[in-house]
Design a protein around this ligand. Structure first.
Ligand SMILES: Cc1cc2nc3c(=O)[nH]c(=O)nc-3n(C[C@H](O)[C@H](O)[C@H](O)COP(=O)(O)OP(=O)(O)OC[C@H]3O[C@@H](n4cnc5c(N)ncnc54)[C@H](O)[C@@H]3O)c2cc1C
Length: 393
């Protein structure tokens, strides 16, 4: 299955990958979208029960809307808030079914690695020789591995498959690796299976995913929640005068839970998990340190929602300058870190020069381009696609 060197390879059929694929076809380029999952939007579907805090107005790009309208398909009203499943059902699935993308999206095809044909990572640094060589993609498909070639590669593979450890300093706590099979690291569909969460749940993390999980767990009558938060004085990522009411609601609930507003919930701030161990009854014992001293928590379930990191293994043989702090491409990271605080709506537009890597023709777009920064919004990803598409035009 080798494709021509002038071809665009889009890695990942999430919202940003599909938008990028449409932009490529609009520009008259040939494109293949490789999607590891069994359906487009596999990551979005994995958190499909979660309601987005951004309304439809911000969740579909102008390009997506134009294509869907051309096929006689409408999106739900702008002001409504979809769940992940609704986003996939009303937006991503229909996009993949458009004639523009027909036959171009390969489901169940995971890109294992990308390199520059005949060149090693350290060769021809900053030279146009690299741009002249096609990319070589190693792909795991349903019928085994194969290789493809492309002239341009857009890595839109997201970060949802690479969660962080729950231990202090971001590496595993003692015993965490041995108990990996007992730790849930994605946002579970709590209301769909309340009995599964009966007993004590140890929740670690303080971002929007952890806040969403805490809110859901607090509502389950058979669940006692022990919530560990690293900051001694969390601000819950509150944005002053937040224009996104759903985001503000999460902050309000978290603050209420931390203030002791719920009898089945204990929130410990300034907390670190120092060790995890199995106990004789099949539960997990967590040694926890807080400002008030050490504690032991015995839990039936452990949920770690401590953020995600971008997986750079895919492009290890390419010349990508990563930020030593965020793992995002250096220029994108610098632009984001230098910008206004934590409001994702206030993130700066990231131009084409910022998106370029030392490796010519290789772009990291979407959630992955933010590395460990958790301020990514779909709107920002679509703006990145616009930048790349403008260069094609
Ligand atoms: C719980 C949650 C709630 C969120 N809520 C909002 C919100 O309200 N508003 C908002 O704007 N943003 C929100 N986000 C942030 C962000 O918009 C989403 O994470 C969004 O899905 C990112 O889109 P993406 O296309 O960059 O990546 P993803 O959606 O992560 O898509 C990446 C795709 O690549 C595929 N893939 C991965 N590895 C490979 C590989 N090696 N080869 C081929 N395919 C691969 C995956 O299967 C996946 O389909 C939320 C994120 C989470 C986790």
């Amino acid at each position: 299955m080798a494709t021509s060197p002038g071809h665009v390879a889009v890695l990942g059929a999430g919202p940003v990958g599909l938008d990028a694929a449409l932009a490529a076809t609009d520009a008259g380029l040939s494109v293949t979208v490789y999607e590891a999952g069994a359906a487009v939007g596999a990551h979005v579907r994995a958190w499909g029960h979660v309601r987005l805090f951004t309304p439809w107005r911000l969740n579909a790009s102008a390009r997506m809307r134009t294509h869907l309208a051309g096929a006689g398909r409408d999106l739900p009203e702008d002001a409504a808030y979809p769940t992940g499943t609704e986003l996939a059902d009303h937006l991503l699935g229909p996009l993949a079914g458009l004639p523009a993308l027909a036959g171009r999206v390969r489901l169940g095809h995971r890109v294992a690695a990308v390199a520059r044909a005949s060149l090693l990572k350290h060769e021809h640094i900053g030279s146009s020789t690299r741009a002249a060589a096609p990319f070589r993609l190693l792909v795991d498909g349903p019928d085994g591995e194969y290789e493809d070639h492309a002239g341009l590669v857009l890595d839109c593979t997201g970060t949802y498959a690479t969660p962080n450890s729950l231990g202090d300093g971001g590496i595993a706590a003692r015993g965490e690796r041995a108990l990996a099979h007992r730790i849930t690291r994605t946002l579970p569909p709590l209301t769909a299976e309340p009995d599964r969460w009966a007993g004590t749940v140890l929740l670690v993390g303080a971002g929007k995913s952890a806040q969403t999980a805490a809110r859901g767990l607090a509502e389950l009558p058979g669940t006692r929640l022990e919530w560990l938060v690293r900051s001694p004085d969390p601000d819950w990522g509150e944005v002053p005068d937040d224009s996104l009411p759903e985001r503000q609601r999460l902050v309000d609930v978290s603050r209420d839970l931390a203030a002791g507003g719920h009898e089945r919930v204990t929130v410990r701030t300034g907390a670190r998990v120092t060790a995890l161990a199995p106990d004789a009854g099949g539960r997990v014992r967590a040694a926890v340190s807080t400002a008030t001293g050490p504690h032991e928590i015995v839990a039936d379930h452990v949920v770690a929602l401590t953020g995600y990191a971008a997986d750079s293994a895919l492009y290890r043989q390419l010349q990508v300058h990563e930020c030593y702090a965020t793992g995002a491409p250096m220029n994108v990271s610098a632009a984001l870190l230098g910008s206004a605080g934590g409001d994702c709506l206030a993130q700066p537009a990231v131009g084409l020069e910022t998106l370029r890597n030392p490796e010519p023709g290789f772009y990291i777009l979407g959630a992955k381009s933010y590395g460990r920064l958790n301020t990514f919004l779909l709107r920002g990803g679509y703006a990145q696609v616009d930048e790349v598409a403008a260069a094609w035009a």
